[in-house]
Write a protein that binds this ligand. Structure first.
Ligand SMILES: Nc1ncnc2c1ncn2[C@@H]1O[C@H](COP(=O)(O)OP(=O)(O)O)[C@@H](O)[C@H]1O
Ligand SMILES: [Mg+2]
Length: 380
């Protein structure tokens, strides 16, 4: 059994404290399981803390919240394995559309087993009517968390990270799925942000089969800042719709700004269709070119696939050195982005100065701008 707990424990029902040895044992007063004391102090402490879901997963902590569900750290009682448990939120349980999406998510996640996606371990509905999914527990930070901590990332890092995310996305497309909800909160970065970052895509709650992504759904769902125009208007989608979502995500990471600003969805959509992304001047030209092409309003003008985007990002991060004119001293070869950033502290300064607090939107403005299930009547 993994031993990750070294804190005191507490019964989440009655607040009785005990030593760490009591973790996961039942409180003699009310039968709830003791959990780490640190979890007791969380602002968003869940009523499920110390409960057993599906007869086998003890909820021991919180991991996050999303559009449909709450995600917990749980322990599989039979093996002691720590897992991520996603439970459909009680307020959404009665909505059949959301329930259907939740079980579709399990179905799609089960199809994906590659290194670039989170692994599904189990799913079901327990006797209390709670629909749940169990995923491998990822130890890392989502890009949303990285944004919260760092504000932005250096352009060179964004290009390298983007290349790895694009390769993970290509895995999803090869399996015949459209992710359809790429954004910082749905991408986890494991380990160090170095030249070979390890990334995992999460949250297949809005995924669709690519073979049917050309069909209209009557439902528009997503987060406006990251949605391609065709997705916002229920037009046919394909792999290039995800290329758009990823490029919007990378734009936010590199500039700290949503590519087409914030505001009412219709206004943002109009800017997506007709205006250049904002903040391009803070990016090295090679990265700006790659991302602007990925954010083209017409899918035909974007990178044709996630694999093509990965290659373009790799080239932007490490382009072949240009031939030097004869007779001049050779400088060590550096990528365009590297040169822009390293040529002088100015490269960094440009990025940083453009991210003065007044130009950087609060994370809340970038994140769940709109995640509304917007059921539309048929029409154009
Ligand atoms: N397997 C996991 N391991 C660790 N944390 C996770 C895992 N899955 C999700 N999370 C955390 O929970 C948050 C919400 O999860 P997500 O699957 O995106 O839910 P939703 O569909 O409700 O948006 C993520 O942004 C992340 O912080
Ligand atoms: Mg999510």
């Amino acid at each position: 059994m993994e031993t990750e707990f070294d804190t005191l424990s507490v019964c989440p029902a009655c607040g009785t404290q005990s030593d760490a040895g009591a973790l996961l044992t039942a409180c003699p007063r009310d039968g709830r399981l003791f959990v780490p004391l640190t979890e007791w102090f969380r602002e968003d402490r869940s009523p499920l803390l110390g409960c057993v879901v599906g007869d086998r997963y003890a909820v021991v902590g919180g991991l996050g919240h999303g559009g449909m569900g709450d995600i917990y750290r749980a322990v599989h009682l039979a093996t002691g394995r720590h897992v991520a448990l996603k439970v459909l939120r009680p307020d959404t349980r009665r909505e059949s559309l959301l329930q259907a999406r939740f079980s579709e998510e399990a179905h799609y996640a089960a199809q994906l087993g590659g290194p670039g996606t989170v692994a599904l371990l189990d799913a079901g509905t327990d006797t209390d009517g709670r629909a749940f999914m169990v995923f491998e527990l990822l130890r890392g930070q989502t890009l949303a968390e990285l944004l919260d901590v760092h504000g932005t990332l250096p352009a060179e890092r964004v290009a390298t990270l983007g290349e790895h995310i694009a390769r993970a996305l290509h895995e999803v497309h090869v399996e015949g799925l459209l992710h359809a909800d790429l954004k910082p909160a749905n991408i986890m970065c494991l380990g160090a942000l170095d030249d070979t970052p390890r990334v995992k895509l999460l949250d297949f709650g809005l995924s669709r089969l690519l073979s049917r992504a050309g069909e209209r759904t009557g439902v528009i769902a997503g987060t406006v800042a990251y949605m391609a125009p065709e997705q916002m208007t229920d037009r046919p989608c394909d792999a290039r719709t995800d290329v758009y979502g990823l490029c919007a995500t990378l734009w936010v990471l590199a500039t700290g700004r949503s590519p087409h600003g914030t505001g009412a969805p219709r206004d943002v959509l109009n800017r997506k269709r007709g205006a250049a992304p904002v903040g391009a001047e803070t990016l090295p030209p090679a990265l700006s070119h790659v991302l602007c092409r990925g954010l083209a309003p017409d899918p035909a003008d974007r990178w044709a696939s996630a694999a093509a985007l990965a290659q373009a990002l790799q080239d932007a991060a490490r382009p072949a050195p240009a031939p030097m004119p004869a007779g001049r001293p050779r400088l060590p070869a550096r990528g365009l982005l590297g040169a822009a950033l390293l040529a002088a502290a100015a490269g960094v300064a440009i990025v940083v100065s453009a991210l003065a607090p007044e130009t950087r939107p609060a994370p809340a403005a970038l994140e769940p701008v709109v995640v509304a299930l917007n059921v539309r009547a048929t029409g154009p």
